[in-house]
Ligand binder design. Structure first.
Ligand SMILES: *Cc1c(COP(=O)(O)O)cnc(C)c1O
Length: 332
């Protein structure tokens, strides 16, 4: 057992996520781009409710809900949030009620079916109660207010923060590093898209403990790289504390310039990356997160960031259900 695995073993997991996820070569994409050797960590394959990266965090975080005797999960996100879809699926599996604050207005609906297909459809199918609220930039405000209201009504709500991004969720994400460290692969970099920061915080802390030669590269998909970096720093500081590690903040790299115009608004490079991932590797990426992440990786490779003999891991964080709300991008 590696040192990181031993530290993670101090925390309980519910076991609702399918872990470890596969780590697969992307030979055709590597050849197409002329190297480096590319790998994909399939965190889109975490199982429950069509999977995704939030389940890795929920597997740890929801132990608190069960231990505290909660009867209701409360969370939130935008209309096509993958995070709230995974919370809703977990609630169904655990036999808990689920109330979600659905933020409208963070982006203009990109299609007529935006509020009816993909994650929005799945939230209803999993039995969640949806509360429509206006987006005002405060990610957790309406979630907190909803939890207070439910408590006043006599329920026992457990609040899952926006993006399941808190220090315990980030500890959960460090398990991705433990899984990679348990293989022979020693990647020069692990590249992923970063938003509410818990994923990157866990990867950074995990890598500092178990893969010190590996650079974690977060691709900003919010077009807010400074805010993302500050959130990663805060979340990683808390996660490092829980894992008895002293964080080196120089390990936090948030790369700007690949988010397109705004959150949820894909640009030409996103569409190209989604097409390449699908046609060359059979991967289903999405226009909000993983497509922008791969677009960032492709741009860094084309700029000569790595040698052909280096290994680079792309974390596929999921998001495929949202693709169907953007089908107009792919009809030509
Ligand atoms: C939430 C999400 C991310 C970003 O992860 P954070 O921990 O919020 O930074 C990336 N990809 C997908 C598909 C997501 O749903």
């Amino acid at each position: 057992m590696t040192d990181l695995a031993a530290r993670l073993a101090r925390f309980r997991r519910l076991g609702i996520a399918h872990l470890p996820t596969p780590l697969e070569p992307m030979k055709r994409l590597s050849a197409h781009l002329g190297g480096p050797r590319l790998w994909v960590k399939r965190d889109d394959c975490t199982g429950l409710g069509l999977g995704g990266n939030k389940l890795r965090k929920l597997d740890y975080v929801l132990c608190e809900a069960i231990d505290g005797g909660a009867d209701t999960l409360v969370s939130g996100g935008v209309v096509q949030s993958n995070s709230q879809r995974q919370v809703a699926a977990a609630a169904a599996k655990l036999g808990l009620a689920c109330h979600l604050a659905v933020y409208h207005g963070r982006l203009a609906p990109p299609s007529a079916e935006y509020a009816h297909t993909g994650n929005a459809l799945l939230n209803r199918l999993f039995g969640a109660t949806l509360h429509d609220v206006p987006w005002n930039g405060d990610r957790n405000g309406a979630i907190r207010a909803l939890a207070e209201r439910l408590r006043a009504e006599g329920r026992k709500p457990y609040l899952v923060p926006y993006g399941v991004s808190n220090p315990l969720g980030a500890v959960g994400y460090a398990s991705t590093i433990a899984e990679i460290a348990a293989t022979d692969l020693r990647p020069a970099a692990i590249v992923h898209c970063t938003g509410s920061a818990g994923t990157q915080a866990g990867l950074v802390v995990g890598a500092q403990i178990a893969l010190p030669q590996t650079r974690i590269v977060g691709i900003d998909i919010d077009a807010e790289p400074e805010r993302v970096r500050a959130d990663v720093l805060a979340c990683a500081t808390g996660a490092a504390d829980l894992l008895d590690h002293v964080l080196d903040p120089s390990g936090i790299a948030v790369v700007a310039g690949h988010a397109g115009p705004a959150y949820g608004v894909p640009h030409a490079a996103t569409v190209e990356a989604i097409r390449m991932g699908a046609a060359l590797e059979g991967l289903v990426l999405d226009p909000v997160y993983s497509g922008k992440g791969l677009a960032g990786l492709i741009a860094l490779i084309r700029a000569g960031r790595w040698r052909p003999d280096q290994d680079i891991v792309f974390v596929h964080t999921g998001g495929a259900p949202a693709l169907f709300a953007y089908r107009h991008l792919f009809e030509d």
